[in-house]
Design a protein around this ligand. Structure first.
Ligand code: NAG
Ligand code: NAG
Length: 427
């Protein structure tokens, strides 16, 4: 596994100042790897006798900048061309396509979007030339048993609104920011269709975090653009953001989404039945439109999602007491009263999933780890030591569901019951 460069960590530190609600997989990976490889005694691995995950050789896949983006006007925040990394399928996987939408938070103001436009989450100028395909993107059948030989595409995130912003929302006064996430999505879809995806027999749209939300927003569009007889489903990872107040009683996430939707003109990209009701921006919350999605959906989400604990439930604030400041960064530091609040968050997630639990075509893997984005690393996706519920890895669960081998509605017992978790430690 490649260790992300320190420079990317530092860039994240800088960004965090101007936009506290930005998540970075790079940063997460860095902390993740740091805790595994540099501090074997770290509390981040709660159970004893856990061997570190298998370090597989890097599977580097080259960046392609979209060839159709310029004529379509599909630009990243700064006006640069969007892009993707494409690994061609082979053998039995040559007519199967898996698209992964990259995540990385959102930007909700001119200032935070301008700052983002100077990073790899807002400009292809800063994209890496190659990225490592791991987890659900891996080519190694022992680490990705179901999808290793499919056509696999990682679509880079550079718009700041879950691939759903609209140019109508751009300022006409010289503030040079492009809100074209929806166009990026449609353009790259067209490009992939012309590269063979129009003959697909099987398809999966997936993504993590802001990309997991984008997966739900665009799931039916993906279905409708693949052949009618293809088996098409969507897997949202870490994208089930909850509309709950924070521990100080403020509607932090709801206000944030309100600002993102209004700034980037996202409303028209959201579920039409939902946005007809008052306060359209609440339609960014999956619980408001999950049951309207026609295509089969699988939810992978930890009930103690660390990104949501750190940004939705216990956002950094000078008014937080010191013990919360510790607990939000390391679940092992939470006292009994705080654990009660975290269990309450888990209950809110169960309530929000609610009716979806009865959905025959749907599936879920709701574990009790302090984690986020679990389909992207073999440590959590699939390996002899990876996270399990009822002795099934996430890869096996998604496979059983996708291939209709059996219904999969896995809900873990409450924290800290699951010894196969990799709980992160941010302190
Ligand atoms: C452009 O317009 C927006 C919204 O009307 C405003 O917030 C922003 O400050 C303006 N930018 C400049 C450079 O005038
Ligand atoms: C769990 O699954 C593994 C294979 O995936 C199997 O070898 C093992 O026996 C199973 N353990 C239990 C307790 O069923």
């Amino acid at each position: 596994m490649a260790i992300p460069r320190l420079s990317s960590l530092l860039r994240w530190r800088k960004l965090a100042k101007s936009d506290w609600l930005v998540a970075s997989i790079g940063f997460v990976l860095f902390v993740f790897l740091l805790s595994f490889f540099f501090d074997p005694t770290s509390d981040s691995v709660p159970s004893v006798d856990r061997s570190p995950p298998i370090a597989s050789p890097p599977d580097l896949v080259k960046l392609t900048l979209s060839s159709k983006a310029k004529e379509r006007g599909a630009f990243c925040l700064d006006g640069s061309l969007p892009g993707y990394h494409f690994h061609k399928g082979s053998g039995s996987g040559s007519k199967s396509w898996l698209l992964h939408l990259e995540g990385g938070g959102w930007c909700s103001s001119i200032a935070s979007c301008s700052a983002r436009a100077m990073t790899m989450l807002g400009s292809s100028t800063y994209f890496e030339d190659e990225v490592d395909f791991q987890g659900v993107l891996s080519s190694d059948p022992s680490l990705n048993p179901e999808f290793f030989n499919w056509n696999r595409v990682k679509i880079r995130y550079c718009d700041g609104a879950s691939f759903a912003g609209r140019p109508e929302a751009e300022f006409k006064n010289g503030t040079r920011l492009f809100f074209r996430g929806q166009l990026i999505w449609e353009t790259i879809m067209d490009e992939l269709l012309s590269m063979g995806m129009s003959d697909a027999k099987q398809g999966i749209l997936t993504g993590c975090s802001a990309g997991g939300l984008a997966t739900l927003i665009h799931c039916d569009y993906f279905r409708d653009h693949l052949p009618k007889d293809a088996a098409v489903k969507c897997v949202s990872d870490g994208g089930f953001f909850l509309n709950v107040p924070d521990v100080l009683g403020h509607p932090t996430m709801r206000s944030f989404y309100h600002n993102v939707v209004n700034l980037q003109g996202v409303e028209k990209s959201l579920d039409h039945n939902c946005v007809a009701k008052p306060e359209p921006s609440t339609c960014m919350f999956p619980q408001k439109f999950l049951n309207n999605i026609r295509t089969p959906v699988f939810l992978v989400n930890p009930a103690y999602d660390f990104w949501q604990i750190q940004h939705v439930l216990v956002p950094a604030s000078p008014n937080l007491d010191k013990s919360w400041a510790k607990c939000r960064l390391n679940i092992k530091e939470c006292d009994a009263a705080q654990m009660k609040v975290l269990h309450g968050f888990r209950s809110s997630m169960m309530d929000a999933i609610g009716k979806f639990h009865q959905n025959k075509a749907g599936g879920m893997f709701i574990d009790s780890c302090y984690s986020h984005c679990q389909t992207l690393m073999s440590a959590t996706w699939h390996s002899p030591t990876s996270t399990r519920i009822e002795n099934k890895t996430i890869a096996e669960s998604v496979g059983d569901w996708y291939f209709n081998r059996k219904p999969v509605k896995l809900i873990d017992c409450p924290y800290p019951c699951n010894p196969s978790c990799y709980n992160l430690n941010f302190t």
